[in-house]
Write a protein that binds this ligand. Structure first.
Ligand SMILES: [Zn+2]
Length: 109
């Protein structure tokens, strides 16, 4: 069996801090997670692709999502935004995104 090396400093890992060698290196790793240093850039997000069409009543979309979530045994259901979160909650949303209600509209780029 090969020795596990600390992913931060490459010294041998200590069982107490595995896979790290020390609390310091474990903390360095945690800090990298918190600061987003490990983030993998993804495709640009199309902000309109995961929200109901503006010209349609969101309730039917929320109802469908709730049905799909229930069918798949999901305990959590994130849907609804500042403009329609009350409807989303009525249809079972457990998380809503209300950034605009809290912070105002984002500046257009
Ligand atoms: Zn280390």
């Amino acid at each position: 069996m090969t020795a596990v090396l600390c992913p931060i400093c490459k010294r041998p890992a200590e069982p107490k801090f595995r896979p790290f060698c020390s609390k310091r290196c474990a903390d360095v790793d945690l800090a990298r997670w918190f600061t987003g240093a490990y983030a993998i850039p993804g495709a640009p997000v199309d902000e309109d692709e995961d929200v109901p069409p503006a010209e349609e009543e969101p309730a039917m979309h929320f109802a469908l999502l709730a049905k799909i979530a229930a069918r798949n045994g999901l305990a959590k259901l994130s849907m609804g935004m500042s403009g329609d979160f009350e409807t989303a909650i009525r249809f079972g949303a457990t998380s809503v995104r209300v950034g605009q209600a809290l912070f105002g509209a984002r500046a257009k780029l």
